[in-house]
Design a protein. Structure first.
Length: 117
């Protein structure tokens, strides 16, 4: 690749965390799309605990709406992710429960655009 510095921004939260009436992860994905972030993926955990809840939460196949950990992952140029983080910081600080945000440099080995149908 070129010498442009890329990073990955990860936000660890709960699947039930909300900003206003919107689920946090949905709110952030929509904002990221509007701000032109290159890519976003939300992962739902099957078990975990952390800052928003010190109890171990786990997935059970018969419970579809329970509180589970989520990771919202974004990849783009470092400067863009830093700016996006500053943009969402007020929202994150208003969460009644905890969250964790990390930014790590990455090396992109392949970036192939697909064709949309």
């Amino acid at each position: 690749m070129n010498s442009t510095e890329y990073s990955i921004l990860k936000i660890y939260a709960s699947s039930t965390d909300k900003i206003g009436f919107d689920l946090l992860y949905e709110h952030l994905v929509v904002l990221a799309k509007k701000k032109g972030i290159a890519g976003v993926t939300v992962y739902r955990g099957i078990m975990g605990f952390g800052l928003s809840n010190n109890q171990i939460e786990s997935s059970r196949f018969w419970e579809l709406t329970e509180k589970l950990p989520v990771v919202i992952e974004m990849i783009d140029k470092t400067i863009i992710l830093e700016s996006f983080y500053e943009f969402i910081l007020t929202d994150l600080m208003q969460l009644p429960k905890g969250c964790l945000v990390t930014i790590h440099p990455i090396e992109i080995k392949l970036q192939k655009t697909g064709s949309s149908k």
